[in-house]
Design a protein around this ligand. Structure first.
Ligand SMILES: [Ca+2]
Length: 320
């Protein structure tokens, strides 16, 4: 073997190792059955194993979970039975807001809160909640200059009151206008992605089919309670609309090498132990990257030592 060929082999090995290292950084996802819902929504006992319904919510097993019908003064909710405890997750929701009126309201909300399954004045759910609310507000009470329907995020601390008169203006963390989200003739969707202590992103699909558009991306300042129930609610007053949930698909996101194997997360009941185990593991993020780079360094040194040994051996042999 010539020296140039040896270097070629070394280079090939290097490429393999690099691709391995960077492939490991990719995120994997696991569906979370406990926080997903699709037709027919109910089992043979006319119950849902993982979700509760209440208020005026009705289920049509072949089509939707209807949080409110197109009738005045209705409120309905749908809430997970167990909390979502995954550290990083993605929730994709197909929903439908529709009606016959030229004036319509009031809208619907998605929740990740410590509280669950209550009726109240904030899009059908309780006020002074703790956790995240995403509001799809279809009726403008008082927000001059803002195009409605308007979608916004609020994090409640258990004390703050939702500013209903002004469509949550004083509570807003981020938001976007979503004209056309109502009465659309293809499935409308939202996708909420959360990386604990990193980001919260809301993407929407309502302008054209299969095209996602970003509504907002917030940084690490957004803290969602580590034990939060996933819920949906809606409300009508004098103005009305059908507010339907068609499907919910929740995924646990994890980096395979970061120590959060699927068994670590996702199961509501053992969240305490899994949380501790992950902290104790300490293999996530920069630390793990550092270890990998060290290993890579050792690999290079080994490769060089091997090459030197091989060169000495072959030059020694060529003397005889
Ligand atoms: Ca409103």
């Amino acid at each position: 073997m010539s020296a140039s060929r040896a270097w070629l082999w070394a280079f090939a090995a290097l490429c393999c190792l690099c691709s391995l290292i960077f492939a490991e950084e990719e995120l994997k996802s696991i569906p979370l059955r406990t926080h997903s819902l699709q037709a027919p929504y109910l089992d043979s006992d006319m119950q849902s194993r993982w979700f509760d319904f209440g208020g005026d919510t009705i289920v049509r097993t072949d089509r939707y979970v209807r949080l409110t019908p197109e009738l005045t003064s209705r409120t309905g909710w749908l809430f997970s039975r167990v909390p979502l405890t995954a550290t990083n997750w993605e929730i994709e929701v197909e929903f439908k807001i529709s009606g016959t009126g030229t004036l319509y309201g009031d809208g619907m909300a998605m929740w990740l809160t410590k509280q669950r399954a209550q009726t109240g004045p904030v899009f059908g759910f309780m006020d002074k909640f703790e956790g995240l609310g995403i509001f799809i507000d279809t009726y403008k009470n008082n927000r001059p200059g803002v195009v409605f329907p308007y979608i916004m995020a609020m994090v409640g601390d258990g004390k703050t009151v939702y500013d209903k008169e002004n469509d949550g203006k004083s509570n807003e963390l981020a938001g976007c206008s979503a004209r056309g989200v109502r009465n659309q003739n293809f499935p409308t969707k939202l996708r909420l992605t959360y990386f604990q202590d990193k980001s919260l992103t809301l993407d929407l699909q309502y302008k054209s089919e299969d095209k996602w558009e970003n509504c907002f991306k917030l940084g690490p300042e957004v803290k969602i309670p580590s034990v939060a129930y996933l819920g949906f609610s809606a409300e009508t007053g004098e103005l009305v609309d059908d507010h339907d949930i068609i499907s919910v698909e929740t995924k646990n996101l994890y980096a395979p090498t970061a120590g959060n194997s699927p068994s670590d997360t996702g199961k509501g009941r053992n969240w305490g132990t899994s949380h501790k185990a992950k902290k104790a593991g300490g293999t996530g993020g920069w630390g793990w990257l550092f270890i990998k780079f060290c290993a890579f360094g050792f690999f290079l040194v080994g490769l060089y030592a091997g090459f030197v040994a091989w060169r000495n051996y072959s030059s020694g042999r060529s003397r005889f």
